[in-house]
Write a protein that binds this ligand. Structure first.
Ligand SMILES: [Ca+2]
Ligand SMILES: [Ca+2]
Ligand SMILES: [Ca+2]
Ligand SMILES: [Ca+2]
Length: 407
């Protein structure tokens, strides 16, 4: 099954130069629907040599497989427009904005489609007639001019996006070609001027994550990584199960203190199953540029079990354990308080690791995390600290290096 989809993606790239998860498999010409045009293209490919496509294991078999995929998605349409980026926490002088992106190869008329920040009212802002998004193009909507502007006739219920995070929806209503398209972008709390954007992971699924720089109206920048990253995860030691640890690394050029002097609150480290650690407030901890730090369940046990450089700072999280089957672990710093007085937390890092045997935990049904870190003496090591972390292709299982550079 996996081989089938991969083949089709390769073919799509070969035919039209891009692939998109929003359009159905088998859509070879990129118009986000599977029909006779695609069948025609497949027929053309059928007669040609598979030049430059390494993964064809024999024309006839591969092409019959592709025909099968096409047949399985016959007459299906997808959603050619995605919510690609948004800025929900702008500077005082600049408005919030939303960027939509056309992932198809045809112009899409989104006049009459809706933007909204409420699941209970998908029709808060009606996009003006004649709004066309060019193939592979972008279109922007601003809070002050559009969705938050009571003078805009489309603003049926003017709204603004919360800097503390929420969901934004794009709804095609009863569009003739792409009816009932409903796209959701869920985002968290953010710092001033930091946008959230769509980022395609190695797994083929996309995340909606903080961007290193906002790019309104253009292709997205790389995700924001750092200043501190989760660099190594020992979730299941071979010996005593309590000798587990998480290694942090300051990848920036400046010291980072795990305490916010505006809110007077410390940073936090947490998981889904009982770890809830606040960094010290009385004597805030600082990590120098390039320095490692260990978060552990039991310091004495970690020191006994592994060789840790003597100058490495170690902090105990106390109760709770890193799940042996995998889970999400997060490094958070304090954000703002909302009108109801609730404090929001900004994700500095969020990694969903796994032991390699939980395909159900991932959108695409494949668990790519290495099983060798599951109680066999190895740990999960980040390959490139400066690269995006919540992607299994940036991790491998190798020898433990608690408190020092990864192997
Ligand atoms: Ca098509
Ligand atoms: Ca962008
Ligand atoms: Ca564990
Ligand atoms: Ca290490």
């Amino acid at each position: 099954m996996a081989r089938t989809s991969f083949t089709v993606v390769v073919l799509i790239c070969g035919v039209c130069g891009f692939a998109s998860a929003q359009c159905p498999s088998g859509d070879l010409n990129g118009d986000c629907r599977v029909d006779w045009l695609d069948l025609g293209l497949l027929a053309e490919q059928w007669l040609s040599e598979p030049n430059g496509i390494d993964d064809l294991h024999g024309d006839a078999i591969v092409r019959m497989t592709d025909l099968g995929v096409l047949a399985n998605h016959w007459r299906q349409t997808g959603c050619p427009i995605v919510i690609n980026e948004l800025l929900a926490h702008s500077h005082d002088v600049a408005p919030d904005w939303v960027e939509l992106h056309n992932v198809s190869s045809i112009p899409i008329d989104i006049g009459g489609w809706f933007l909204s920040d409420s699941r209970n009212d998908l029709c808060e802002y009606r996009i003006a007639e004649g709004t066309i998004v060019e193939p592979n193009g972008y279109v922007l909507f601003h809070e002050n001019e559009h969705f938050g502007n009571p003078l805009d006739p489309g603003a049926l219920s003017p709204f603004k996006m919360s800097e503390n995070g929420e969901s934004l929806y794009l709804y095609s209503d009863n569009d003739e070609r792409f009816g009932q398209c409903l796209v959701q972008a869920r985002f968290g709390a953010s710092e001033t001027g930091v946008s959230f954007g769509r980022y395609l992971k190695s797994t083929g699924t996309s995340g909606f994550v903080m961007m290193s720089v906002p790019t309104p109206g253009q292709a997205n920048a790389y995700p924001l990584v750092g200043p501190v990253v989760i660099n190594e995860i020992m979730y299941r030691p071979a010996g005593d199960g309590d000798a587990e640890y998480v290694e942090l690394l300051n990848i920036s050029h400046d010291p980072v203190t795990f305490f916010d002097f505006n809110t007077l609150l410390p940073w936090r480290f947490r998981d889904n199953s009982g770890i809830e650690f606040a960094f010290p407030s009385d004597l805030p901890v600082t990590l120098q540029a390039g320095e490692h730090l260990l978060l552990v369940r039991n310091e004495a046990l970690v020191r006994r079990s592994f060789s840790v450089p003597t100058d490495v700072q170690i902090l105990q999280w106390g109760s709770g354990r890193l799940a042996n089957s995998g889970e999400t672990i997060q490094l958070l710093k304090p954000g703002d308080v909302d009108d109801a007085g609730t404090r929001y937390w900004i994700e500095v890092e969020s990694i969903t690791y796994s032991d390699g045997s939980h395909p159900e935990a991932f959108d695409d049904g494949i668990d790519r995390w290495p099983p060798e870190a599951d109680g066999q003496g190895l740990s999960l090591n980040r390959l490139c600290p400066s690269r995006y972390g919540d992607d299994p292709n940036n991790w491998h299982a190798t020898i433990v290096t608690p408190g020092s550079a990864n192997d």
